[in-house]
Design a protein around this ligand. Structure first.
Ligand code: GAR
Length: 186
């Protein structure tokens, strides 16, 4: 059994979609959901899904081994970042080499880097009148949005699409492909 930990900072619709995809699977399990945000809606989703959750502070994340201890205790094999907004500390990256996957809501290397997340990405895409956008699933390293790209998928944009409409198209791609790519990698 491969055990996944999902990190999410906000709504967690991807976290829920991934957890539901693997429900009843004998080989893969979403074992825990972790967040830096005590008000994140993902916590309510975790409760409904009956998946344990763990809330951590900035200090705990960057200045202690608590998270690694927790993940080791839960026998986690693989980490998925699903709307998680903090850069990962080196101790976590070393502990899970090539085993941390992120999803970015654009076609990297465009619209990546610090401060480029969620709606900010879609607003920039619309501002620049892009004809397409999409998703990038990539391994995580010590820089924002720079690890090895594993998968990309595109969607066409209309000239009058709003950032919300772009977000919706991108979310549909995320829901369709993210669980499948995780499954392939495990
Ligand atoms: C997703 O669109 C994800 O690609 C994006 O945040 C959203 C989270 O939505 N991630 C980033 O922007 C990372 N830089 P969700 O909480 O509903 O899954």
């Amino acid at each position: 059994m491969k055990k996944i930990a999902i990190f999410a900072s906000g709504s967690g619709s991807n976290a829920e979609n991934i957890a539901r995809y693997f429900e009843g699977n004998s080989k893969v399990e979403v074992s825990v959901i972790l967040t830096n945000n005590p008000n994140a809606f993902v916590l309510s989703r975790a409760k409904d899904l009956k998946i344990p959750s763990y809330i951590f502070s900035r200090n705990e994340f960057y200045k202690s081994d608590d998270i690694i201890r927790y993940l080791t205790e839960k026998e986690i094999d693989f980490i998925v970042l699903a709307g998680f907004l903090w850069l990962l500390p080196i101790n976590l990256l070393r502990k899970f080499p090539d085993s941390i996957l992120n999803i970015h809501p654009a076609l990297l290397p465009k619209y990546g880097g610090k401060g480029m997340f969620g709606m900010k990405v879609h607003e920039a895409v619309v501002r620049n009148k892009e004809k397409e956008s999409g998703i990038t699933i990539h391994l995580v390293n010590e820089n924002y949005d720079e690890g090895k790209v594993i998968f990309q998928s595109k969607c066409k944009l209309n000239p009058d699409d709003t950032p919300e409409q772009v977000a919706e198209k991108v979310h549909q791609l995320e829901y369709e492909y993210f669980p499948k790519i995780i499954e392939q990698l495990l």
